[in-house]
Write a new protein. Sequence first.
Length: 285
Amino acid sequence: MTPPKGNALPGGEHALVLEVIVLLLTECHVVCLGEVSSADLDWLADRFSGTPFAVQDMTQGGRASKFNLGVIYNEEVATFIGNEFNIPNIGGDNYKISCRMDFVIYGEDYFSFLVSHWPSRLLKRDDAEIRGHYGAALRKEVEDLQSDGVKYLVVLGDFNDEPFNHSMTTFLRGCRDASFVNSNPDLLYNPFWKQIVSPRGYIKSPGPSDPTGTYFYRSDNLHRWRVFDQMLFCSAFVGGSEWHLNEKETGVFRYERLVEAVESSRSKLDHLPIIAELNKDATNG
């Protein structure tokens, strides 16, 4: 709704974003938001007043190092516990790594979501050493939380890196093999490797093919769709507990009107939402 540097979206695109958020909330109990201002979140809180959905403001910091995050959640399912910002100092520079958002789900299970919005690759290029600092610092936070006994941990956000970049693999330890993560719980499972190519491949049809990512950069002369938005899951969700990731319902939320806007040169929108489903085994009683 409000990019960290630039003006807020025009009215028509603002309305489209709200439409997409409403659609997401018909399927999701927790929706994390990026590129929002306090004014955006106040506006959303007004729109959802009188519903089960609550809004939390996670914006913090100055213009150059702004956390521009928020979250909407269903209070009938999720209880918000609190949040904490991770801004380590590395070599004399501060790095905006993540915002931890903690919830209790169904009054039983404690979940921590590590939500990130890393700098643009135009500012911190490709696999330069500095991008490794982001992955390593987030990795340390994951390990600290696991040492503290946090069992259910999800890492997500706009990383401005793809699943195969060193920040996500070598440093964060994101893995594309769920069974290997199950037997090596220090790793994180990243199902968004599958989004690098079109889910259906080539199909002979008059319509357009599926997008092959989450972020659209129309000036690229090779791959215009990139997988910058991802969710990574600890081993508890891939066989290590009674909670399980539903891969079939995990991926990119491709709403046709939004895809058209993102691909249009007239729109400021350039990302598609991502979505995941986690299910808990039924127990007696």
